[in-house]
Unconditional design. Structure first.
Ligand SMILES: Cc1cc2nc3c(=O)[nH]c(=O)nc-3n(C[C@H](O)[C@H](O)[C@H](O)COP(=O)(O)OP(=O)(O)OC[C@H]3O[C@@H](n4cnc5c(N)ncnc54)[C@H](O)[C@@H]3O)c2cc1C
Length: 478
């Protein structure tokens, strides 16, 4: 019987050390040519109808959608550093239709609503494809789908259940046995697979962020970079946003600040924890190396362990290989130094060569980490503050490339004040279970991490701690 990996093998570790010898410690996507020149920081006093705080996908999509809804609306986007520098420009580039961090999580939490959420998520993905084409965004958008792979026999019933659940919603996933999945992508570790052929696209996230930035500018959005907002307060009938060198008086605002310290709206601290996720990028594969693994359909892939890897091909046939080690630094610290974690990179590289022994000798070109805005229900939550003048969305928990656009629509609906199908969703109206305050928060998260790893080693059996969290609706993921 196959089993999930428990630790790096000696061969894997040796190969890993060699393969990481010349790695660049920066996100691959952000290390390309084509980054736009930064926009000027906000200086002095500005006004606008709508201010968007944060230049990740949440902020960019919201600003663009606001202009699409009403080209006359005066929209100001304030980004603390550079547009797309954070999670949005350094992720795996899996652009998924799922708004709920996967079907199983959605069914668990919002069962009756899942047909609507599935439909809205697919519509959102289609509209992202349309926007990429309409604005000529050169981000390698490929509608390849995603293949979940089982790396242990005990995981196979889970794949069959997932296939049945997807079919019940009208999906048409392909359930593959070991031979079938290896015909798609060849790893000796595979026991089976489930390929959702149209629920996910692969893209280059930095180029998407840069393209959305340009689309925003072309639509008339005023963008200021290096303009961290330090305070949001009520002013007359609207809001005042202070930055280091300026301020803006606006009618309404949107918060798309991701995992960063939620000082602008303290209640977010209840629901969010910053969790680091790490990734490697290989050098481009030669034709022979690519032939040794197959991958003709270029679908995104991920295994279904609690500690899972996600991986995909780039346009020039590199492999991005990330995940597995979701790290919470006690106290919820976010520092640039934590973007690098050599022990995690070695483990990831070692697992890579266990998965694809045919690629022994391949080297990694880039290694990086980034912060994921994690909440206990694994999918975004939404809300308003300042008497409906400020809307926020966060908590995508590692699946926000597409869900951020849906969140933009939700926040604009909420600011509009009229109920819509989106604002009436239980997913939009409810909140995740809050995390306990520190230092209990750190203890709970570290205990959960080790229990999840133990469950993977134990044929998926969840211990008393995980079962208790399941009952409370509390979870931890990247
Ligand atoms: C390594 C990694 C891999 C991932 N892989 C995937 C994947 O394959 N598929 C997927 O769907 N999701 C993935 N994700 C998650 C996805 O990247 C995020 O869900 C998404 O990018 C969140 O976008 P955002 O705009 O909300 O946040 P961010 O991209 O973090 O942007 C927030 C922005 O707000 C700015 N900001 C913060 N505070 C202020 C302030 N006070 N004033 C002004 N600006 C401020 C920040 O500078 C930042 O630019 C991954 C994440 C990571 C880290």
């Amino acid at each position: 019987m196959r089993s999930t990996r428990t630790s790096s093998s000696a061969t894997g570790t040796a190969l890993a050390a060699d393969s990481l010898g010349t790695v660049r410690p920066v996100p691959y996507w952000l290390d390309q040519s084509g980054a736009p020149e930064p926009a000027l920081a906000l200086r002095g006093a500005a006004t606008a109808d709508l201010a968007v705080v944060g230049g990740g996908f949440t902020g960019l999509w919201t600003a663009l959608l606001a202009k699409e809804r009403d080209p006359a609306r005066d929209v100001l986007l304030l980004e603390g550093r550079r547009v797309g520098w954070a999670a949005s420009g350094r992720n795996g580039g899996f652009c998924s239709a799922s708004l709920t961090h996967g079907l199983a999580n959605g069914l668990d939490r919002f069962g009756a609503e899942m047909p609507a959420l599935d439909r809205l998520g697919r519509q959102n993905l289609a509209e992202i494809g349309d926007a990429v084409a309409r604005y000529s965004i050169d981000c390698g958008f490929e509608r390849t789908g995603e293949m979940m792979v089982a790396t242990a026999d005990w995981q196979l019933p889970g794949l069959a259940d997932a296939a049945a659940a997807a079919r019940a919603l009208g999906g048409d996933p392909v359930l593959l046995d070991a031979a079938g999945v290896r015909a798609e992508l060849d790893s000796p570790t595979y026991a089976g697979g489930l390929w959702d052929r149209d629920g996910c696209a692969m893209l280059d996230p930095a180029r998407l962020a840069w393209g959305l930035r340009q689309a925003c500018l072309d639509a008339g959005v005023r963008i200021h970079e290096h303009s961290p907002v330090t305070r949001i307060s009520r002013a007359g009938g609207g809001l005042r946003l202070d930055t280091r060198q300026g301020s803006a008086r606006v009618a309404q605002a949107v918060l798309g600040t991701g995992a960063f310290p939620p000082s602008l709206l303290r209640r977010l601290k209840l629901w969010l924890v910053p969790v680091y996720d790490y990734a490697l990028m290989t050098e481009p594969l030669s034709a022979g190396q690519l032939a040794s693994i197959g991958w003709a359909h270029r679908q995104g892939a991920a295994d279904i362990s609690n500690q899972f890897h996600y991986y995909r091909l780039t346009a020039d046939n590199r492999i991005l290989w990330g995940g597995y080690d979701a790290v919470y630094y006690n106290g919820g610290r976010i520092t640039a130094a934590q973007d690098q974690r050599p022990a995690t990179f070695t483990m990831l590289a070692s697992n890579f060569f266990e998965t694809f022994p045919q690629l022994a000798g391949l080297r990694f070109s880039h290694a990086w980490g980034g912060v994921v805005d994690t909440c206990a229900r694994f999918c975004a939550f939404y809300g308003t503050a300042h008497d409906g003048r400020l809307a926020y969305a966060a908590g995508y928990t590692g699946l926000g490339v597409a869900a951020t656009r849906f969140a933009g629509d939700v926040m604009l609906d909420l600011l509009g004040g009229e109920p819509t199908e989106r604002t009436e969703l239980d997913m939009v109206r409810s909140k995740p279970v809050p995390f306990p305050p520190e230092p209990v928060r750190s203890a709970v998260i570290q205990l959960t991490r080790s229990s999840l790893a133990r469950a993977d080693r134990n044929q998926g059996r969840r211990d008393l701690w995980l079962r208790t969290l399941d009952r409370l609706g509390l979870g931890f993921d990247s």
